[in-house]
Ligand binder design. Structure first.
Ligand code: HEC
Ligand code: HEC
Ligand code: HEC
Ligand code: HEC
Ligand code: HEC
Length: 447
C-alpha cells in the first residue's frame, strides 16, 4: 500500500518544520488532555502482534510496575513534600513514565490501583505522535508531540483506513529513545545516559542504533491487512528479561602456573568482555543496579574457598569492592526517619568486585534516589565491547590437600541492591540474583 513519492516528500518537509514551534520537556505540562490520545486498544484491532509485544514490555508498565509505584509515591512524592524545591523534578518523573498524564497536567496522577489513563504508561500514541525534539542532547522528555490523525513512523507512504501515516527519520535514530533514556538530575548530573554511552561507543560509529537490538526486524505483517515485510518487533527486552541479560559479558579465566606447590601462591586472571550490549553494562537505572564477580576454589576434598579480588589502587575503588558498609541514608528524609543510619551498601559477599557507578547526594553519601544526585564516584562499568581483567592472588591454605583444585568465576546481576529492596518492601523479583555468565579453570597442587 504505497502513496505516491511526491506526497511523502511534501509530508516529510512538513514534518521537519512541524517540531520547531512545539513545546518540549517541562513546557509540555498541561498542553494536551488525555482525550487527544487514542487508547492502545484502538490500535490492537489491526496491529495485533505489535500490541501484544508492547503489552509485555516494561514500557507498557512504566507507571504501574511495583517498584516504580514504590519509588515514586513512597520516596519521590514524599521527598517533594519535605523539600518543595523538588516538586518540578518529581512531577517530571511522569514526563517519561506516563507522558500522557504529564501532558494532561495530571500530576501527581492517581495511584495505579485507581485504573486511570495514567496506567497506559509509555503507550503507542506517546511514541507515534512524537514529531521532533529540541536541544543539543535529547534528555528529560525533550520530545515534541503532535497528537491527531497522523501516526508517525519509519516507513514512507503507508496507507491505513484508521489514520494517516507519515515518515520521519527520527524513528530510526537513537535520539528518539534518548529523549527518555538520558536524564539530568536537578543538580545537573547525568543520572541516566544510555543514549550518550551509545553515542560514545563503537555501535554509533558503525550505525547500529538502539532499534537494531531492541526492536529487531522480522518478516511479518505490521497490521492484519498489511503486506508481508520486514517489521520492527516491539520487544524492548531489557534488564527484566533473563535471556537478554544472559551472556551480555563473556568470561574466561586462567592461572599463571598449572602446577603449584602446597605452600605456594597462584595468580588467577579473569577476562570480562561486553560483547552484547550497545552501551555500558549496567546502564539506565545505574543507581539501583549492580554486577558482581564471585570466584571460588574447590580442593580435592571438596572444600570450597571464596577468593577476594586483587585491588588495583584506582581512586574510589572502595565502592567497587563489596564490603560491610552502610549507605543510602538519604532515604530517611522521605521516610521521615531522623538520623537514619542507612542500610547495607552492597548485600553481596565481601571482597567481590562490583561493576557499578556510585551516585552521591549533596552530602556526599551514596544514594539510589537519582533526583537527589549531585555527583558520581568512579565509573567502573563495562563499556560496549570493552574487556576488563580482574586478578585474584591466592596463597594456598595451609592444610590444602594435594591434587586438583578447580576454580569457578560467576558473574551475577541485580536490578536493585537487595538491602534497599528489603528496606522498602519491594517484591523479591526486583532483587533476584540473575546469572550473566561463568568460567572455570584448574591447578594441580603437589607436595
Ligand atoms: C483499522 C486498522 C488500523 C487501526 C485501528 C490502526 N492502524 Fe495503524 N496502520 C494500519 C495499516 C493498514 C497500516 C499500514 C501497514 C502497511 O501497509 O505496512 C498502519 C500503519 C501504522 C504505522 C506505521 C506508520 C509508518 O509510516 O511507518 C503506525 C506507526 C501506526 N499504524 C500506528 C497506529 C496506532 C498508534 C494506532 C492506534 C492509535 C493504529 N495505528 C490503529 C491499520 C490500522
Ligand atoms: C548491540 C546491541 C544493543 C544496542 C545497539 C543497544 N542495546 Fe540496550 N541492551 C542490549 C543488551 C544485550 C541489554 C541487556 C544487558 C544490559 O542491561 O545492558 C540491553 C539493555 C538495555 C536496557 C536495560 C538496562 C537496565 O538496566 O534496565 C535499556 C533501557 C536499553 N538497553 C536501552 C537502549 C537504548 C536506549 C539504546 C540506544 C541508545 C540501546 N539500548 C542500544 C543491547 C543493545
Ligand atoms: C517506545 C516507543 C514506541 C512504542 C511504545 C510503540 N512504538 Fe511502534 N514504533 C516505534 C519505533 C521507533 C518504530 C520504528 C522502528 C524501526 O523501524 O526501526 C515503530 C514502528 C511501528 C510500526 C511499523 C512497523 C514496521 O516496521 O512495519 C507500527 C505499525 C507501530 N510501530 C505501531 C505501534 C503500536 C500499535 C504500538 C502500541 C501497541 C506501538 N507501535 C508502540 C516506537 C514505539
Ligand atoms: C516517552 C519516553 C520513552 C521513550 C521515547 C523510550 N523509552 Fe524506553 N523506557 C521508558 C521508561 C520510563 C522505561 C522504564 C520502564 C519501567 O519503569 O520499568 C523504559 C524502559 C525501556 C526498556 C526496558 C528496560 C528494562 O528494565 O527491562 C527498554 C529495553 C527500552 N526502554 C528501550 C527503548 C528504546 C530502544 C527506545 C527507542 C526506540 C525507547 N525505549 C524509547 C521511556 C521511554
Ligand atoms: C528522562 C526520563 C525519565 C525521568 C525524568 C524519570 N525516569 Fe525513571 N526511568 C526512565 C527510564 C528510561 C528507565 C529505565 C532504565 C533502565 O531500564 O535501567 C527508568 C527506570 C526507573 C525505575 C526502575 C524501574 C525498574 O523496574 O527497575 C524507577 C523505580 C524509576 N525509573 C522511577 C523514577 C522516579 C521516581 C522518577 C522521578 C524522580 C523518574 N523515574 C524519572 C526514565 C525516566
Amino acid at each position: 500500500m504505497k502513496k505516491s513519492a511526491i506526497v511523502s516528500i511534501v509530508l516529510l518537509l512538513a514534518g521537519a518544520t512541524l517540531g520547531q514551534q512545539l513545546p518540549s520537556g517541562d513546557a509540555k505540562l498541561g498542553t494536551h488532555g488525555y482525550d487527544a490520545f487514542e487508547k492502545p486498544q484502538a490500535c490492537k484491532s489491526c496491529h495485533v502482534d505489535i500490541y501484544f509485544q508492547w503489552q509485555q514490555s516494561m514500557m507498557a508498565q512504566a507507571y504501574t510496575h511495583h517498584w516504580d509505584e514504590i519509588e515514586y509515591f513512597d520516596l519521590a512524592v514524599e521527598h517533594a513534600k519535605v523539600d518543595p524545591s523538588l516538586k518540578g523534578a518529581v512531577d517530571g518523573c511522569n514526563g517519561c513514565h506516563t507522558p500522557m498524564a504529564y501532558m494532561a497536567g495530571d500530576v501527581t496522577p492517581p495511584r495505579p490501583s485507581e485504573n486511570s489513563r495514567a496506567n497506559e504508561s509509555v503507550n503507542c500514541e506517546v511514541c507515534h505522535t512524537i514529531v521532533g525534539w529540541s536541544g543539543d542532547v535529547p534528555y528529560n522528555f525533550s520530545f515534541q508531540t503532535s497528537p491527531g490523525r497522523i501516526k508517525y513512523g519509519a516507513k514512507p507512504g503507508l496507507v491505513s483506513p484508521h489514520h494517516e501515516t507519515q515518515f520521519l527519520d527520527l524513528y530510526q535514530q537513537t535520539e528518539f529513545c534518548g529523549n527518555c533514556h538520558n536524564e539530568k538530575s536537578p543538580f545537573g548530573a547525568w543520572v541516566k545516559s544510555t543514549q550518550i554511552e551509545w553515542k560514545e561507543g563503537p555501535y554509533a560509529a558503525e550505525g547500529v542504533p538502539c532499534q537494531t537490538c531492541h526492536m529487531p526486524k522480522a518478516l511479518s505483517r505490521n497490521a492484519i491487512m498489511a503486506e508481508e515485510d520486514l517489521v520492527a518487533q516491539h520487544l524492548f527486552h531489557g534488564a527484566h528479561d533473563p535471556g537478554k541479560l544472559a551472556g551480555t559479558v563473556e568470561l574466561r579465566m586462567h592461572p599463571d602456573e598449572r602446577e603449584i606447590p602446597y605452600d605456594g601462591t597462584v595468580l588467577i586472571s579473569v577476562q570480562l568482555f561486553n560483547g552484547k550490549a550497545g552501551h555500558k553494562f549496567p546502564t539506565g537505572s545505574v543507581e539501583d543496579r549492580i554486577v558482581w564477580l564471585h570466584v571460588t576454589a574447590t580442593d580435592s576434598k571438596g572444600r570450597t574457598y571464596h577468593l577476594p579480588v586483587d585491588r588495583k589502587g584506582f581512586d574510589g575503588e572502595e565502592y567497587t569492592i563489596a564490603g560491610d558498609v552502610l549507605a543510602y541514608q538519604d532515604m530517611g528524609i522521605p521516610k521521615g526517619i531522623a538520623d537514619f543510619a542507612g542500610v547495607q551498601r552492597d548485600g553481596v559477599p565481601a571482597g567481590n568486585r562490583i561493576f557499578r557507578m556510585p551516585y552521591f547526594d549533596p552530602q556526599g553519601r551514596m544514594t539510589i534516589m537519582q533526583w537527589n544526585t549531585q555527583s558520581f564516584g568512579v565509573d567502573y562499568r563495562i563499556g560496549p565491547r570493552e574487556t576488563k581483567i580482574e586478578t585474584f592472588t591466592w596463597r594456598l591454605p595451609e592444610d590444602i590437600p594435594v591434587g586438583k583444585v578447580t576454580f569457578q568465576a560467576e558473574l551475577f546481576y541485580q536490578k536493585l541492591v537487595k538491602p534497599v529492596a528489603d528496606f522498602l518492601g519491594v517484591p523479591e523479583e526486583e532483587s533476584e540474583i540473575m546469572p550473566i555468565n561463568f568460567a572455570n579453570t584448574w591447578i594441580e597442587v603437589y607436595e
